[in-house]
Design a protein around this ligand. Structure first.
Ligand code: PRT
Ligand code: ZN
Length: 290
């Protein structure tokens, strides 16, 4: 296939984002080999080409037209300074950028950082937030092991990504304020979606992603119900344009099928039981379009 006609996606080669990023593509029925060694790969049944790179490089690759789209933490996009369009917030690898201080540091809000040395790998994001709050501090930029900087005397406190908080605790630091929240996003260059052929491939990919995603949040529900309670059932299940109602051999009963949001399942279940529903079956949905 002509290279020009493939959409190029940058994915983290090896790290916290890799597996879920590949899962998303797989769940769209796209086949490829990702054996962790190659840096470039082409899908066998969809016009998609993969670039496996370090996450820090993904915003640059997308901005410079090396890749058309990328899956990366929002933090890396904002820290890069490139204006990229977030096509989808994918929700995974969620964490926060927090201020953490050592024992004995009195923290009473961002103002307590005035005149302090703060170690971080995210100087652009942090300086933006400090500036918005009128706080002047010295930022010490480090690319890793941020949490040891107060112990070794390079900084007074830190600003780093936190998910469980274990790393901070293990290093004698106390998380005092979350200043920024992030999760994995799919990005493209601004204007790329007006790009004709490749934009159309992206739309196809997004339709598949949304179809899988829609299905994950929904459940297929099937139950038997006394025929005279069908109006009540329609009200309980809600959002049900036209439930499929099938008569049973015993004409005083019907079988009802519908789709409900997963997070409403238990309240719907209890209310259906209360109006006499029996044999309630709930099934996962693999794919679902609007
Ligand atoms: O090699 P490459 O450059 O590609 O990868 P990397 O090592 O730079 O990144 P990686 O794989 O560690 O993280 C990729 C992305 O995952 C980040 O940019 C975030 O968007 C997201 N993410 C989610 C996290 C975390 N959770 C996380 N907990 N990134 C880093 N951490 C680190 C944090 O820096 C700290 O060292 O985990 C430690 C804290 O974890 P807890 O659970 O102890 O709080
Ligand atoms: Zn990185």
């Amino acid at each position: 296939m002509d290279e020009q006609r493939r959409l190029r996606i940058a994915i983290q080669k090896s790290g916290r984002l890799s597996e879920k990023s590949l899962d998303i593509v797989h769940s769209c029925g796209i086949d490829f080999n990702a054996d962790g060694r190659v840096l470039r790969e082409v899908a066998s049944n969809f016009p998609l080409e993969f670039l496996f790179v370090r996450d820090d490089d993904i915003p640059t690759y997308v901005a410079d037209d090396v890749a058309d789209i990328g899956i990366v933490g929002r933090n890396e996009v904002d820290e890069s300074g490139y204006e990229l369009e977030v096509v989808r917030d994918l929700g995974f690898a969620a964490c926060r950028l927090s201020i953490a201080v050592p024992e004995g540091f009195r923290y009473e809000g961002l103002k307590s950082l005035e005149g302090r040395r703060i170690a971080t790998s995210y100087p652009r994001i942090l300086s933006g937030i400090l500036e918005d709050n009128g706080v002047k501090a010295t930022l010490v930029t480090v690319s890793g092991s941020v949490e040891i900087t107060p112990t070794v005397g390079i900084a007074d406190c830190i600003c780093d990504l936190v998910s469980t908080g274990t790393t901070l605790r293990m290093n004698g630091l106390r998380e005092v304020e979350a200043i920024y929240h992030t999760s994995a996003v799919m990005v493209c260059r601004p204007g790329f979606r007006q790009d004709g052929e490749k934009a159309a491939i992206l739309d196809r990919l997004l339709l598949r992603m949304d179809t899988v995603n829609n299905a994950r949040k929904k459940k297929y529900i099937l139950f038997n119900l006394p025929a005279d309670r069908i109006d009540d059932a329609a009200r309980i299940v809600g959002g049900m344009k036209s439930p499929t109602v099938t008569p049973l051999l015993d004409r005083s009963w019907v079988s009802v099928q519908s789709v409900i949001a997963e997070d409403r399942f238990w309240s719907v279940f209890e209310d259906l039981r209360a109006i006499g529903a029996e044999g309630i079956l709930v099934m996962p949905i693999e794919k679902m379009s609007d």
